[in-house]
Write a protein of this length. Structure first.
Length: 354
């Protein structure tokens, strides 16, 4: 097997039937459908583009999040890309994978299988946090499926983890998730949501009252899922395990192998991914451009969607111009720091931990 291939999934019997989850929220103009693939079923959220023939985009959420995390950004891009956002196995409206594999490789394989099955590739690929690590691997091992790569606070290995990120990392330790569940049994859904917003947003006050209500309803729905904490814990463990890999499977090594033009977005108030990692990422991803948002937290595409949309449009424009000029060499876009624009637009706070 070549170093650029992902190992195949061994045949396993299907998982036991699970209770039908409550209906997830669908924002105005969105559609939600289920796609059955070998060994897994994925829920895919989409928005009809303003016209046919636009290039495809695929958005991948972070740990504990869902496709709802991209609902603020997708309508801002519907005139330049045909957007879809998937729920990773065990998250959002997607049931657990049949084999119970939540490793980073398994999540990357799910994304690859969906792109191949949908026939929409190559796509403009977006990833946040855990989704950033997943899409980095996808872009490295399957460059034929990726036009551009946009990473919002990607969860790449850090030697010095921030203290505020330690509780999330501890979910990877066997037995911690059940213990946390017992300790927090009396917490209300609103208390949990406010804690998550405080962790993930640079300024939780940017979340509207309606956004808070929607997030609480989504949290209540997720807590009723029998596999919620298992998916969280196993995915966290899969990410931590990926950090220990060396050689061609190491995430930083794979970042260096990404050929697609790459946009990096980092928040100055991110409590889960160190802001200091921005410069290392800019060096690792060849020809990348870096946008830094001093007031943003971990989910800039929710907190400052207009700024992220503008940065992607500039990447798309430069990439298109380069292609029109017949440039077949490596992308050479230069990174430039950005600053958040306070547009006054409300963001939808349906994310959990990104």
């Amino acid at each position: 097997m070549s170093s650029t291939e992902l190992p195949p999934v061994p045949p396993v019997p299907p998982a036991s039937a699970l209770p039908e989850p409550a209906a997830v929220r669908i924002a105005a103009g969105e559609r939600l459908r289920s796609v059955r693939l070998p060994g897994l079923t994925l829920s895919v959220r989409s928005r009809p583009p303003v016209r046919e023939g636009l290039p495809s985009a695929l958005h991948v959420h972070g740990l504990g999040g869902s496709s709802l995390n991209w609902s603020a950004l997708m309508p801002l891009l519907d005139d330049v890309v045909d957007s879809e956002a998937l729920d990773l196995p065990g998250f959002g409206d997607s049931p657990p994978p049949d084999d119970g594999d939540y490793s980073l490789t398994a999540h990357a394989r799910a994304v690859i299988r969906y792109i191949e099955a949908s026939g929409r590739g190559p796509v403009h690929l977006f990833g946040n946090s855990l989704g950033g690590a997943i899409t980095t691997r996808v872009a490295a091992v399957r460059p034929d499926l990726v036009r551009t790569l946009t990473l919002v606070s990607p969860a790449l290995p850090e030697l010095r983890v921030q203290r505020s990120a330690v509780p999330t990392a501890l979910l990877a330790v066997p037995g911690i998730a059940p213990l946390f569940t017992r300790i927090t049994r009396e917490w209300t859904a609103e208390q949990r949501v406010r804690g998550v917003l405080k962790l993930c947003y640079g300024d939780p006050a940017r979340v509207s009252p309606e956004g808070l209500r929607n997030a609480v309803q989504e949290m209540e729905r997720r807590l009723r899922l029998p596999y919620f904490w298992d998916a969280m814990a196993r995915s966290a463990r899969g990410l931590v395990n990926a950090y220990t890999l060396g050689g061609q499977q190491g995430l930083w090594r794979q970042a260096e192998r990404v050929l697609a033009p790459t946009l990096l977005v980092y928040g100055g108030r991110d409590q889960l991914v160190g802001f200091r990692m921005a410069q290392r990422s800019a060096r690792a991803f060849r020809g990348s451009r870096l946008v830094t948002l001093p007031d943003a937290g971990h989910v800039a595409m929710m907190e400052y969607p207009e700024t992220v949309a503008l940065a992607f449009r500039e990447l798309l424009m430069d990439t298109t111009d380069s292609a029109d000029e017949g440039d077949t060499g490596e992308p050479d876009a230069q990174g430039a720091p950005g600053s958040p624009a306070d547009t006054g637009a409300e963001t939808i706070a349906d994310d959990m931990r990104g």
